[in-house]
Structures are given as C-alpha cells and as structure tokens.
Design a protein around this ligand. Structure first.
Ligand SMILES: C[S@@+](CC[C@H](N)C(=O)[O-])C[C@H]1O[C@@H](n2cnc3c(N)ncnc32)[C@H](O)[C@@H]1O
Length: 255
C-alpha cells in the first residue's frame, strides 16, 4: 500500500506547511549552510510542499545556481527565475542522473513504502561529490509530559496512536528517522553523519500546531466523538499542555 495520508486535504495544507516551516526550517537551513552551499549550486528539493525550503535555496544559490522543486501536488509551489517546479512522483517518475550538487527531502520518504529504492534514485541524481540531506521524524518518542487532567493525557495518547496507525496503514515507517543514517551508509554514500533531537512542545507551539493540523486532516478517520476531538484541539492550543516531541532526525552523506 501507499497513498499519501495528507493528500487532498485542501485548505488544511496551509497550516500544515506553516507549522512545518516554523518548526523545521531553521535546522534545515543551518545543516545545508554547513555543507558550504553557494552561488551556482544546482539543487533538487523533493516533495517541496509549501516551498519554504526551495525558496530559501533559490536565494542562496542565486544568481547562477538553480533549484528544481518537485511534488505530487504543486499548488503551493512558485516558479521563479532560478526555480523550476515539477509535478513529479519520486516513486514512479524518473530523475536526471549525475545532475545535482544537493538533493534534499524532508518528511517525504517517511511516507513512501518504496523509501529504500527512492533513496538509491536520489543518490543517482547527485553528481559525484554532491550531498544528499534528509530530515525525517521518528514518531515513537511522543509522550505527554504535562496536562491539567489525567484524562487529557489519555486523550492525547489515543489521538497519537490512532494517527500513527493511519500513517502506518498508508505506508509510513513510523521510526524511519531512527534509520536514516544507516540507510545513507547502506546506499553507498560517504562522509555520512546525522543528528537527532527530542524537544518539549508546549500547546500553541509549531509542534503542537502540527499535531493539531494532522488530526484535523484525518478527522473523519479518527475514532473520536466531536467533544473529544474539540478537547484535543483545545489541549494542543493550551500552554498547560507539554509533550515530548517526535524525534527530529537528520542525516547527510555525499556521493
Ligand atoms: C509532510 S509534507 C512535507 C513538505 C515539505 N517537504 C516540508 O517539509 O515542509 C510531504 C510532502 O511530500 C509530498 N509527496 C508525497 N508523496 C510524494 C511522492 N510520491 N513524490 C513526491 N512528493 C510526494 C506531499 O505532497 C507533501 O508535499
């Protein structure tokens, strides 16, 4: 199986991409800067979503560099002078070989049952010496650290478990983030390194906004009453709630 769980969720894509950008862009940008990205680099951003990473890359590699940004849904992506937007399924469509100085994908392979084959495809899209960078979640560490009421903690865990079950049924690998460094090594990349961070997410923070938006995107499939669902959204917005985050995992390696 494998049908992207959050596809076709219309207006809820905007809060999802906003939350992802607020939560993850600073870390992604810092990692890519450390690689020495500069004017002239040719970049591929896979599953670019709302476009925040592609737009940043385009600024950094201008004026002579170029960014190709792909997605199965390109409605939020903008063409610019040095940005090509491609409606493209990274599982079934081809990519040019030996073409890019940097290939980056964030929270895309997590969803794809064919992730290991896709990884080899991304490796082959790199020019020799080019960098592959992945940012992914390991969803298992999410736990409740603080709520006003034990029933609220139970509700948060019920929603977590229901959401993770749906993700897994749609083909996601829930702890994929924990495996990415090894996956890059197994694909034959060199100079592989990685990092993993678990934060505390307070209600109202980008992390809790992401959890709330994810639940809204799959609302019809969650086994919750309307009152329980409304309470969950309140908890995700309340500063009295604190959860330990999904582990945010990154890894990089060069061809
Ligand atoms: C969780 S979002 C992450 C978006 C963006 N990378 C970010 O981190 O802000 C996953 C993205 O992958 C895209 N996607 C899902 N399956 C895909 C596929 N087979 N090929 C390309 N993109 C895909 C989705 O449309 C969505 O934009």
């Amino acid at each position: 199986m494998g049908t992207y769980l959050f596809g076709n969720t219309g207006e809820l894509l905007d809060p999802q991409f906003d939350a992802l950008s607020s939560l993850l862009d600073a870390g992604t940008f810092a990692r890519v800067e450390q690689l020495g990205i500069a004017d002239g680099w040719r970049c591929l951003e896979v599953g670019g979503g709302g476009g925040s990473v592609a737009n940043w890359l385009a600024d950094v590699v201008a004026p002579s560099g170029h960014v190709t940004v792909t997605d199965i849904d390109v409605t939020r992506l903008e063409e610019r002078d040095n940005v090509t937007v491609l409606e493209h399924d990274v599982v079934s469509n081809i990519l040019p070989g030996n073409a890019f100085d940097l290939v980056h994908a964030r929270l895309v392979l997590f969803h794809l049952p064919a992730r290991d084959a896709v990884l080899r495809k991304l490796r082959d899209a790199l020019r020799p010496g080019g960098w592959l960078v992945l940012d992914e979640f390991d969803c298992l560490p999410l736990e409740v650290l603080k709520t006003g009421d034990p029933d609220d903690a139970k509700l948060i865990m019920r929603v977590k478990n229901a959401l993770l079950t749906l993700l897994e049924q749609a083909g996601a690998e829930l702890a994929w983030g924990a495996r990415i460094e090894k996956a890059l090594l197994d694909t034959g990349l060199h100079d592989v390194s990685g990092s993993r961070e678990v934060q505390e997410w307070e209600g109202g923070s980008p992390g809790c906004r992401l959890l709330a938006t994810s639940a809204r995107q799959v609302r019809a499939k969650l086994p919750l009453s309307d009152d329980e669902f409304d309470r969950y959204l309140e908890l995700m917005a309340s500063p009295d709630t604190v959860v330990s985050s999904y582990a945010m995992c990154s890894a990089q390696g060069r061809r």
